[in-house]
Ligand binder design. Structure first.
Ligand SMILES: [Zn+2]
Ligand SMILES: [Zn+2]
Length: 348
């Protein structure tokens, strides 16, 4: 089969690799749509823990083959990949904290992912889809589950106010979930006007561009002492520092952006957090018990009833064979984009 392989830092190749055969307890998915995640780009630009590796974890397709011990009824069903492969046996798995599993694998970062024509996965990692759901919308289920998980961690309640820092794919999913769950006011910040425009389209009440306005002052104008819940989805240190000033005393901040590890925060940050008694909550992936969690079932429900809008978030559709070229451009900051959907069938 054809696949896109990360061979080394900055080296991505479209090539022939052996087609996987599903082993016992496994199924094989014929990939129909792949969405590029910011973390795929980070692995390409900054390098990764292992080579060679087929990247990609935001994947939908059709189950075309099953291994021994798996029901043949799965063949032909539409499905999306649940990328986390927990052990289901360690202390954290038994607690239902699957992303803290002592020995997890992850499809597309620790084992072969979906930048390919086929992907092999354990039966437990398929999430069946209703047949009518477009594959490219289904490929965006995983980032939606991350946003839904952030709101669960932030204990978001209908009628509350929220500030979303960053209108990338997670930020735009956050805006939609806040709208669906009944937020009173949704304020979104981003440096790119295009992202802010989409944020307004999918439900933001106020959009702020930090290159043009003082975000902290503007938030105070709308929300007085600050938001009930602030969501950090940029991974930029200066934005992380903004989280406390835009949050009300006793409010919550959920962090999901990956910060650069060589940067530091002034300890006045902790001082501010203490004085305002703000809860700072970390977010890693999108899982809860029973596996994979309500984040996934709620996403499917919201997609099925039309409340979750995916098409607006898609800026590009390309054949899989173009992935190396497109990653080069993104790495060199030469391609403004929102979600990019790749299709392996157009590769021939
Ligand atoms: Zn992702
Ligand atoms: Zn475990």
């Amino acid at each position: 089969m054809k696949a896109v392989v990360l061979e080394n830092k900055g080296v991505l190749t479209y090539k022939d690799v052996p087609t996987p055969e599903p082993g016992p307890g496994h199924v094989r998915l014929k990939v129909k749509a792949i969405s590029i995640c910011g973390s795929d780009i980070k692995r390409f630009v900054d390098g990764h823990r292992m080579y060679p590796l087929i990247l990609g974890h935001e994947i939908s397709g059709i189950i075309d083959r099953v291994g021994s011990g798996v029901s043949e009824d799965y063949v032909g069903r539409h499905a999306v990949i649940i990328p986390l492969v927990p052990c289901f046996e360690c202390e954290q798995c038994l607690r239902g904290h699957y992303s803290a599993c002592h020995s997890y694998s992850f499809i597309g970062s620790r084992q072969s992912g979906g930048f390919a024509e086929f992907v092999d996965l354990p039966e437990r990692n398929i999430f069946l889809l209703p047949d009518g759901l477009p594959f490219e919308c289904a490929a965006l289920i995983e980032p939606s589950t991350v946003a839904r998980h952030m709101l669960a961690l932030g204990d978001f309640k209908s009628g509350q106010t929220a500030v979303v820092l960053g209108a990338g794919s997670i930020g735009l999913m956050l805006v939609q979930w806040l709208r669906i769950l009944g937020a009173r006011t949704i304020i979104v910040t981003d440096l790119l006007e295009d992202n802010l425009k989409i944020a307004s389209k999918v439900g933001a009440h106020v959009t702020l561009n930090p290159s043009k306005v003082d975000v902290i002052k503007e938030v105070q104008k709308f929300l007085g002492d600050g938001a009930d819940l602030t969501l950090e989805a940029t991974g930029v240190p200066q934005v992380l520092e903004q989280t406390l000033p835009v949050t009300r005393p006793r409010g919550k901040v959920v962090l999901a952006g990956n910060q650069p590890l060589d940067k530091f925060l002034p300890l006045s940050f902790i001082e501010n957090m203490m004085r305002k008694e703000i809860s700072l909550v970390g977010c890693f992936m999108s899982y809860s018990a029973p596996f994979p969690g309500h984040e996934w079932t709620e996403t499917i429900a919201a997609l099925s009833d039309g409340s979750l809008e995916m098409e607006t978030l898609i800026s590009h559709r390309i054949p899989l064979s173009k992935a190396p070229e497109v990653f080069e451009k993104i790495g060199a900051h030469q391609l403004a984009h929102q979600k990019i959907i790749m299709n392996p069938e157009e590769a021939r």
